[in-house]
Design a protein around this ligand. Structure first.
Ligand code: ACO
Length: 286
């Protein structure tokens, strides 16, 4: 059953910009403005953050899939509502809209649960933000990816230029950004924009299969792994080696109850004061 996250006092049109369903451990979240090819308006950006927020720590959600209703994944930023109308409000409007969109993309990049972009159709410009934010990505052969910014007279901002150079070669990125030509799902897979491309009618079954593999993995290890892969890309070998040792140790001790014991001995038992010394570790294994 498809859901809309209802929140008192929020315009129903805004609430309906994102739909989702939770089934067998998977949250299937969709951009839900099919008549506008799922372009991202300030309202959609606000609602997406709310939906991500609502799903992130739910016990019955182990993997999040981001897809689009209708023929588009996302036609990028809403040129009318995101650009023209916010620019009309001056710098305050522009910066506010940027915060809202970049905010949920960032949230998605570091999401607690594994995330999969299921690119069913058009994916333009600003859509590259959430595309990169998802840990894995699968596209329909029929999908079309484009940095169309150059076609209407801006540079690929909002992270789009960065995403292109992160995911594909310098020459591919440069051609893609300067020429404003689209590539289909198959080329997107060759270029590294997505993990795989396959016919649209097989797309959700494949994503479902991948999600079920992820659901069987240790969730703490998955979160540590996805963060590690993102972090080490920008580190020297030595820094990465050190980071990974610390991350491994942190993950290993994630469930350790030493910290809770420390609080308990101070607040409840009143047997020590953290300002004056350490708690009694013999009372716990941690
Ligand atoms: N911003 C605002 N409105 C949009 C956007 C967008 N990015 N994309 C589509 N729409 C609207 C159209 O204006 C149209 O509205 P209307 O029904 O009120 O006239 C409706 O969505 C349907 O769009 P069509 O163009 O009729 O759909 P079609 O399937 O023929 O074409 C396509 C789809 C190719 C995606 C086309 O809509 C398009 O080129 N959209 C713009 C893509 C783009 O360049 N996005 C910006 C990238 S740059 C950035 O994100 C910073």
């Amino acid at each position: 059953m498809t859901n809309i996250l209802n929140i008192d006092g929020i315009d129903p049109v805004e609430l309906a910009t994102v739909s989702y369903t939770v089934e067998n451990g998977i949250a299937w979240v969709s951009f839900n403005r099919p008549d506008k090819r799922n372009c991202m308006s300030p309202r959609l950006n606000r609602q997406m953050m709310r939906v991500l927020d609502a799903l992130e720590f739910r016990e019955d959600v182990g993997v999040l899939v981001l897809s689009g209703e209708g023929t588009a994944w996302s036609a990028g930023m809403d040129l009318k509502e995101y650009f023209r109308e916010t620019e009309a409000q001056g710098l305050r409007g522009t910066r506010g809209a940027q915060r809202e969109s970049y905010g949920w993309w960032r949230r998605l990049r570091w999401y607690q649960k594994p995330t999969i972009a299921m690119v069913n159709g058009w994916c333009f410009g600003g859509g590259y933000g959430p595309l990169f934010a998802c840990d894995l990505a699968f596209a329909a052969d029929e999908a079309q990816f484009g940095l169309s910014e150059i076609n209407w007279g801006i540079l690929p901002g909002g992270g789009a230029a960065k995403v292109a150079t992160e995911l594909t070669s310098f020459r591919n990125a440069m051609y893609h950004a300067m020429m404003g030509e689209n590539v289909d799902g198959k080329t997107a897979a060759q270029w590294g924009f997505v993990n795989e491309a396959l016919p649209l009618d097989q797309l959700s079954a494949r994503v479902n299969e991948v999600a079920h593999v992820l659901l069987k993995k240790n969730p703490i290890a998955l979160k540590a792994t996805k963060d590690a892969i993102r972090r080490v890309r920008e580190m020297s070998y030595d820094n990465a080696e050190d980071y990974l040792i610390r991350a491994q140790e942190a993950a290993n001790s994630f469930d350790n109850d030493g910290r809770k014991e420390g609080i308990k001995q101070f607040i409840d038992d009143k047997t020590y004061k953290p300002g004056l010394g350490a708690y009694d570790r013999s009372k716990t294994s941690a």
